[in-house]
Design a protein around this ligand. Structure first.
Ligand code: CTP
Ligand code: CA
Length: 225
């Protein structure tokens, strides 16, 4: 691997970005996943590269072209993503957690394909580890990453729910995303978000392309790093 010398305001900064929806196996052919397309995370990776950062993109399988110049780590499950994030974050200046991480995983993936001939199976679930909370704990000893940004996908009580996550996960910023609107959130090219930080007033952005939202996020990184 070589490092491009690009110049730009984030030159020399290491930025870790997660993207896509995790996939939790039920059996060898079936998974539990979600509607995340990876677009917003890939756009953040591209914007960070354009600003000259050294980018590690931790991604689930998506339909998107890989951003040129990023180090790409492919993962599937929440547990794999968590391991990759904790290890990459130890050296990073910033983490942007755009991925839609499963909250629950099957207690056990069936070793063989489940056949339809039997009774419909009950799939027992258990909670996954919250990656951002694990990063917050690791940060207390390593002091890295200096900046951690999360996303909050909400279908109701957007600001209230997002602020609770900002505090619980000890983030520098949360990008609150109202997924009840048809032109924002999953599987579309546009997003309508609010930036929440622990101290400033919430900043509501207009309807923007996911690239434009990414640019605004990277502007914050430039200010803070
Ligand atoms: N997240 C995480 N680890 C998880 C689940 C979520 O790090 N196991 C991160 C997401 O990547 C996102 C932020 O936490 O940046 C908020 O995710 P969200 O799903 O909105 O919130 P949750 O804390 O999972 O709560 P809930 O789904 O109940 O609203
Ligand atoms: Ca969740």
């Amino acid at each position: 691997r070589f490092t491009l010398s690009r110049g730009g305001p984030l030159q020399g900064k290491k930025v870790v970005i997660t993207a896509g929806g995790t996939r939790e196996p039920i059996d060898p052919v079936r998974v539990i996943t979600n509607r995340s397309s990876g677009r917003q995370g890939y756009a953040v990776a591209q914007a960070a590269l354009d600003a000259g950062a050294q980018v590690t993109l931790i991604t689930t399988p998506t339909q998107l072209p890989l951003p040129y110049g990023a180090e790409v780590l492919s993962v599937e499950t929440a547990a794999q993503m968590g391991d990759a994030v904790l290890s990459a974050s130890a050296q990073a200046d910033a983490l942007i957690m755009s991925a839609a991480v499963a909250d629950f995983q099957p207690v056990q993936a069936a070793p063989q394909k489940i056949k339809k001939s039997g009774a419909p199976p009950a799939i027992e679930l258990r909670p996954t580890t919250d990656i951002l909370s694990a990063v917050a704990a690791q940060r207390q000893t390593l002091q890295r990453p200096r900046v951690v940004i999360g996303f909050a996908a909400e279908s109701q009580n957007l600001l209230e729910n997002a602020r609770a996550k900002l505090q619980a996960k000890r983030l520098e910023m949360i990008v609150a995303n109202d997924i009840s609107a048809a032109d924002a959130g999953f599987e579309v090219n546009t997003n309508r978000v609010v930036f929440l930080t622990p101290t400033a007033e919430p900043e509501s952005l207009p309807l923007l392309s996911k690239s434009e939202v990414a640019g605004r996020i990277v502007q914050r990184l430039v200010e803070w790093l």
